[in-house]
Design a protein around this ligand. Structure first.
Ligand code: PXL
Length: 283
C-alpha cells in the first residue's frame, strides 16, 4: 500500500461556526488524504456575523513550527492556505512555501479576505497587497468575485456577469502568476450560481453553474476549496474537481437550508460526505 498523500492546511481554527480548519480537516481526511494543520489564529467563532469573538493570533508560532517540521523531513503533496491571522503571516507563509515546495507540490491559495463587495472588517488595503503577493506564488487560486476584483485592482460589480467580464478577470488573475484559477460566486443570470475555471496552460475556460439557494451561508468557500483539493489530489482534473466540489457544497447548503439552521453556524457538509466519496470514486 502506498503512503497517503499529505496536505498542510494553513488556516485559522474557528472553534465554533464551521469553516477553515474545522471543515478542511474532516473533508480532506475523508477523501483519503492526510492533513497536517498549521493554525494561523484561534478564534472562539469566525468573524462573519458574530461579535466579541476571542482572537488569538498565532503569528509568532509559525516560524518555529516550520523549523521543527523541516527538521523532521516532512513533505507535502499540497499546501493549502486560507484565512491568515495577520499581515506578518504573508512573509512567514512565503518562507513556508520556499521551505517545502518541490517540483510536484500543489500550492493552492484561497485569498480569504472579502465577500459580497466588502473586505472583512478585520482587514485593510495593506492586507490585500499582501494577499496579491502570496497569490503570485500559487499554482491555483480560488477567489470569489469580490476577492478577485481586489486582487486585480478593479471596482466590485454585483452580478449577473457577462462571460466577457468573467474571462477578463480570469486572465488578469493568471497574469499575477498562478496557472490555474477557479473563480467562485459566478452567475450569468439570476437564479444560478457556480464557478468559472481557467487553465492558462491550455487556455481553457469552463463554467460550472447550479441553481442558486438564497442566503449567505458561512464557511462554504472553505467547504468548496477543501473538496476541490480532495478532487485534485485524487487525480481529477480542474474542471471535474470543481464540479465535484460545487455539487458537494450545494448539497450541504440544501440540507442546511431545509433544517433552517442559523446561517452563521456553517453548512451540513458532514452528511454530504458519502456523496462526495461516491463522486471521487472512493465509495
Ligand atoms: O470562511 C472564511 C473565514 C475563515 N476564517 C475566519 C473567518 C472567515 C470568514 O468570515 O472569519 C476567521
Amino acid at each position: 500500500m502506498k503512503r497517503l498523500k499529505r496536505v498542510v492546511a494553513i488556516h485559522d481554527l474557528s472553534c465554533f461556526g464551521k469553516c477553515s480548519l474545522t471543515v478542511a480537516l474532516p473533508i480532506i481526511s475523508a477523501a483519503g488524504i492526510e492533513v497536517t494543520v498549521l493554525p494561523t489564529a484561534v478564534l472562539s467563532t469566525h468573524t462573519g456575523g458574530f461579535k466579541n469573538f476571542v482572537y488569538r493570533d498565532l503569528t509568532r508560532d509559525i516560524a518555529p513550527i516550520t523549523i521543527h517540521w523541516k527538521s523532521l523531513n516532512i513533505d507535502f503533496n499540497a499546501i493549502y492556505t486560507g484565512f491568515l491571522g495577520s499581515f506578518e503571516q504573508f512573509d512567514l507563509v512565503t518562507k513556508f512555501f520556499k521551505t517545502f515546495k518541490t517540483d510536484t507540490t500543489i500550492i493552492l491559495v484561497d485569498p480569504v479576505m472579502a465577500d459580497n463587495g466588502e473586505l472583512y472588517k478585520i482587514f485593510n488595503i495593506e492586507f490585500v497587497n499582501g494577499m496579491r503577493q502570496l497569490c503570485k506564488l500559487a499554482d491555483i487560486i480560488i477567489p470569489n468575485i469580490t476577492e478577485a476584483t481586489l486582487l486585480i485592482g478593479e471596482k466590485y460589480k454585483p452580478g449577473p456577469y457577462t462571460k466577457k467580464y468573467i474571462e477578463n478577470i480570469l486572465i488578469s488573475l493568471s497574469k499575477l502568476g498562478p496557472k490555474k484559477i477557479v473563480l467562485t460566486g459566478v452567475f450569468l443570470k439570476n437564479g444560478e450560481i457556480g464557478a468559472a475555471t481557467y487553465d492558462s496552460t491550455n487556455d481553457e475556460i469552463g463554467y460550472i453553474l447550479e441553481n442558486q439557494i438564497y442566503g449567505n451561508f458561512h464557511g462554504t468557500g472553505d467547504v468548496f476549496g477543501s473538496a476541490l483539493l480532495a478532487g485534485l489530489l485524487n487525480n481529477f482534473n480542474l474542471d471535474i474537481s470543481t464540479s465535484i466540489a460545487i455539487r458537494f457544497t450545494v448539497t450541504a447548503i440544501k440540507k442546511t437550508a431545509l433544517a433552517k439552521t442559523d446561517m452563521r453556524f456553517g453548512v451540513n457538509f458532514e452528511q454530504s460526505i458519502p456523496g462526495l466519496l461516491k463522486d471521487l470514486k472512493l465509495a
